[in-house]
Ligand binder design. Structure first.
Ligand SMILES: [Zn+2]
Ligand SMILES: [Zn+2]
Length: 266
């Protein structure tokens, strides 16, 4: 046997072994999860019904944002067009699309997913993202999740946006780049801050250590409040070469009158 053939054979064997180990591990995890389901049967985190962690009745209660919405940020309007804020402020994002308002039952599911360690909810939540992408005809070359700062990652153990991006990527067969962005500023909680304070808070919070091709990027996050985080991510992605950035989130924070059908003019 010539040396290169020998090396190829060893590489092939190692590859097969690794694939084999992965297969055994995946089967092991599946059996482990089935056993867990037997001991702790799934029940809906919203209504408590047995059979699933986010039951189909509660899933169907997640309705799209009211129409018509702002052509850029999706906020409900009384007539088609662009909202006042989007007309006044320049944006690095092509648009922001959200599956629904940040209201029940979606709010409760996102809370359980983020703060109660229920990673399993990533799958039904990724289904919602896929539906929103299709409904709004969003396409992209790659998916990039909004990153967590190292300290927050240690605390939580996982990045909820990265898991969502991964599950969405598998569904639509689009590559996911988990490490395109780094969160270099550990920004404090943004609750209670004004739109301008949030923007200043997020300025320079993200870094991309590589030049990227002129891809059309789908930027994934769980909740959009003012859009300051998404804007800061998009600014950095465009700085390093991205062609365009389209934001996709599960939920959109709206004030009460925006989320209700008989709303006032925005
Ligand atoms: Zn339910
Ligand atoms: Zn708008």
């Amino acid at each position: 046997m010539i040396p290169s053939e020998g090396i190829s054979l060893v590489m092939l064997t190692l590859g097969n072994t690794k694939r084999g180990q992965r297969g055994i591990r995946a089967r092991g995890m599946r059996i482990f999860n089935e056993l867990l389901d037997l001991i702790f049967p799934p029940h809906c985190v919203v209504c408590g019904a047995g059979g699933a962690w986010f039951c189909s009745a509660c899933q169907s209660a997640v309705v799209p944002l009211p129409e018509p919405g702002c052509s850029h940020c999706g906020r409900p309007l009384t007539r088609p067009g662009t909202c006042h804020r989007c007309q006044l402020e320049a944006s690095h994002l092509l648009s922001i699309t959200s599956c629904s308002a940040h209201r029940q039952p979606l709010r409760q599911v996102i809370h359980a997913y983020k703060y109660r360690g229920m990673r399993v909810l990533c799958e039904p939540l990724a289904d919602l993202l896929q539906v929103a992408m299709r409904a709004h005809q969003i396409t992209g070359d790659v998916i990039v999740p909004v990153p967590l700062h190292r300290a927050r990652m240690r605390e939580r153990g996982y990045n909820q946006s990265a898991l969502l991006a991964g599950a969405l990527g598998k569904r639509i067969n689009v590559p996911v780049i988990d490490d395109a962005l780094m969160r270099v500023k550990n920004t404090p909680a943004q609750v209670g801050l004004s739109r301008e304070q949030r923007r200043q808070n997020m300025s320079g919070a993200f870094r991309c250590g590589q030049v990227i091709p002129a891809w059309d990027i789908v930027l994934v996050d769980d909740v959009c409040t003012t859009g300051a985080t998404l804007e800061a991510c998009a600014e950095e992605l465009l700085r390093v070469g991205a062609g365009s950035v389209h934001a996709l989130t599960l939920a959109r924070a709206l004030c009460r009158y925006q989320a209700e059908p008989n709303r006032r003019m925005v």
